[in-house]
Design a protein around this ligand. Structure first.
Ligand SMILES: NC(=O)c1ccc[n+]([C@@H]2O[C@H](COP(=O)([O-])OP(=O)(O)OC[C@H]3O[C@@H](n4cnc5c(N)ncnc54)[C@H](OP(=O)(O)O)[C@@H]3O)[C@@H](O)[C@H]2O)c1
Length: 303
């Protein structure tokens, strides 16, 4: 089968989506769906400004574009916000996925959905694609429900479970923790990271290239997109600070389970990435390799 060349991407002004756009094949016709207009950092990029929560508006865009594949990144990705705004989290994270899945099912279009390592409870790492999700916060509940919807597409459904994504934003800052961390360190302010949350961080360039590869190819099912190193968020932040030449004393350890008003976080959701390493051309990298790639990437809005 030839590579799919007409792609629709949702949440286009977000952190991951900006990098997907930046890393996409310039010969591919890319359609960006967003609530706000965005810049055009490449040719063949068309913006569609609609609220994706409106099924009618999404349908209109879908039918005018007739995409061969959809990369669905749009979500309420703030875990604490989802915990206290559950109805809205349901509407955005599950509702938009259902709209897109219905449109993809009716037209035979591929759907690549961004899920999360936090679908797991954190007590049985490392997790493989075949392990059963067991969410412990509401954000993860919405991701598990959305995964089920995408799985019903069979060969046209891909669930990409992302580990913690490290990198710089391209369009707007979005959910990039590095975009907050770097200005703080530059100003000599301390940044706090938990020692009790273990992840397999992955650089955003690798995530973006993998999502583009999944959309273009004939893959289906669940893929764990994760780095090779299993580290605490604190250790990860220390390594980032060291690499950028900031003093290690500015990175302060905390135990996130003691923080009031915070939704529960799984302890260790390290993902086993063997399937991605076996089936994708883009290599999964170590934290240091990923950082080197992410920090040198071209960017429009660097912190
Ligand atoms: N970053 C990570 O470490 C990470 C890890 C695991 C999974 N993920 C998943 O990967 C995907 C992308 O994450 P990200 O880090 O790029 O997040 P992000 O920067 O917050 O981008 C998400 C985008 O979703 C859209 N969106 C947000 N709230 C919305 C609302 N109320 N109504 C409609 N659309 C809304 C926005 O797109 P527009 O502004 O263009 O409308 C926003 O830019 C998400 O599905 C997230 O759950 C991310």
């Amino acid at each position: 089968m030839t590579a799919r060349k007409r792609i629709l991407i949702t949440g286009a002004n977000g952190f991951v989506a900006g990098n997907v756009i930046w890393q996409s094949d310039p010969d591919c016709e890319l359609h960006a769906l967003s609530r706000e207009p965005g810049p055009a950092p490449r040719r063949n990029l068309h913006w569609h400004v609609v609220n994706p929560a409106s099924a009618e508006h999404v349908q209109q865009v879908f039918q005018s574009v007739r995409p061969e594949a959809v990369i669905h990144t749009a979500a309420l990705a703030n875990i604490d916000y989802c915990e206290t705004h559950q109805q809205q989290a349901r509407e955005i994270n599950i509702g938009i996925t259902q709209t897109l899945a219905d449109l993809c099912a009716a037209s035979g279009t591929k759907l690549v959905f961004c899920s999360s390592d936090t679908v797991f409870d954190g007590e049985h790492a490392p997790y493989r694609e075949t392990d059963l999700p067991r969410p412990i916060n509401f954000y993860a509940v919405t991701k598990v429900e959305a995964e089920k919807i995408v799985s019903q597409l069979g060969a046209n459904g891909v669930v990409a479970r992302l580990s913690l994504v490290v990198g710089l934003p391209i369009l707007s800052q979005g959910n990039s923790f590095l975009a907050t961390m770097i200005p703080a360190l530059k100003a000599g302010r301390e940044v706090t990271f938990p020692t009790n949350e273990i992840r397999t961080p992955i650089d955003v360039i690798t995530v973006a290239r993998a999502l583009n590869e999944l959309a273009a190819g004939s893959h289906s099912g669940i893929f764990h997109l994760a780095g090779k190193d299993s580290v605490s968020r604190f250790e990860m932040a220390q390594r980032i600070a060291a690499r950028l030449g900031f003093p290690s004393r500015l990175v302060v350890a905390t135990n996130s389970s003691n923080l009031a008003g915070r939704a529960p976080r799984p302890r260790n959701v390290s993902l086993d990435n063997h399937k991605a390493r076996a089936e994708l051309k883009i290599p999964m990298r170590s934290l240091d390799e990923g950082l080197a790639l992410a920090l040198q990437s071209g960017k429009i809005n660097s912190p």
